[in-house]
Design a protein around this ligand. Sequence first.
Ligand code: PLP
Length: 456
Amino acid sequence: MLDLSNERTAYDRDHFFHPSTHMGTHARGESPTRVITGGEGVRITDSDGNTHVDAFAGLYCVNAGYGRTEIAEAIGKQAHDLAYYHSYVGHGTDASIELAKMIVDRAPDTMSRVYFGLSGSDANETNIKLIWFYNNARGRPEKKKIISRWRGYHGSGVMTGSLTGLHLFHNAFDLPRAPILHTLAPYYFRREDRSMSEEQFSQHCADALEAMILEEGPETVAAFIGEPLLGTGGIVPPPAGYWPKIQAVLDKYDILLVADEVVTGFGRTGSMFGSEHYGIKPDLITIAKGLTSAYAPLSGSIVSKRMWEGLVEGVDELGAFGHGWTYSAHPICAAAGVANLKLIDDLDLIANVREVGAHFRRALHDALAGHAHVGEVRGEGMIAAVEFVEDKDDRKFFEPGKKIGPQIAAALFERGVIGRAMPEGDILGFAPPFCLTKDDADLIVARTREAVAHVL
Ligand code: PLP
């Protein structure tokens, strides 16, 4: 192996093309290279020996926390016993079969089977193809449009980048616009009519959805996709009554509902699935991140019983489902998933999400809600956000050039805590590992208060 101790920054700048990174500033050395070398519990260590509390669990994915021997050993054993076999034409491995059963056992009881992928993006690509296949199988080839929401995040593939409703992921890529449509984000804090109650605003979102469906023609609209709680778009829990009202519109026009649970799946909201938490009855559930706590890449599309029956009915005419990835249900990743889900049960980590998450969100609220530039402190379970505004009364945005969110995230980093400046607006996000203690929650809040005081 190369000795990187003196060269890592130069090698990184010259050879590593980083995702979601400004190519120019990074290559010129104007933005930092951070090399992470270790992790334990909620803390990570970098190559200079600094330790930080990772209050965003990587990219809200290391839910079980760092340094879990049980998961590492399961990965090692699987690599040793059988590093790979594919899952095409009925093949499987014990790990992938066991994990499929564990997922369906934990999912809402209307769900039936899981199709494995590697990333949240590819799972949503699979969902789109499943939806189209389903409607072809049912003799409805014109029913293909998919409605997503502004501020939704569903990946950065070609179609999933289009589903995503954030400008950063559209700009400069010429992604296909059809057959994807975007409707209102359920973002109560940013509602135009401030006199609306949460219920009225939810009705307003449902009415806008119905108007879009009627304008397009219900016979052309196949599905609606949404995260139970908006994640990358700003960490926004749904307003009261939102999901039942949306579900009623979809049921009326026979439109499938995809719950993108890449962030919320496996406990982040305090329930096993966000769908249960908010009373959603999905036809498809997208899972990734928390499935393995990111110890290995793995995702899935969980298909409902109703949809499965529709798929099977038409399949004799259409032939095999001609869609697959070499690494679908990769046994090493599946072994990581089995060990991770067992650990979450054995340590009752979702109970910790509820208890410590509530403590954390309360403390964050008490420390910051009164600040002159804090518009809202919000969250659910072990996920929270602070939204900063120029003017509290009219919720005025700071000028984008001021980059208040990134500045606060940087000040927080200097104080030993990692939060995430969300891509649109001045929003600081938190999604710590589920094993967070109350002491560490208090530490994150204290450091955040200092960082905010430093910048604002
Ligand atoms: N869906 C949601 C809700 C996500 O938050 C993400 C990633 O953050 C994705 C899909 C895409 O997942 P991946 O980055 O694994 O492709």
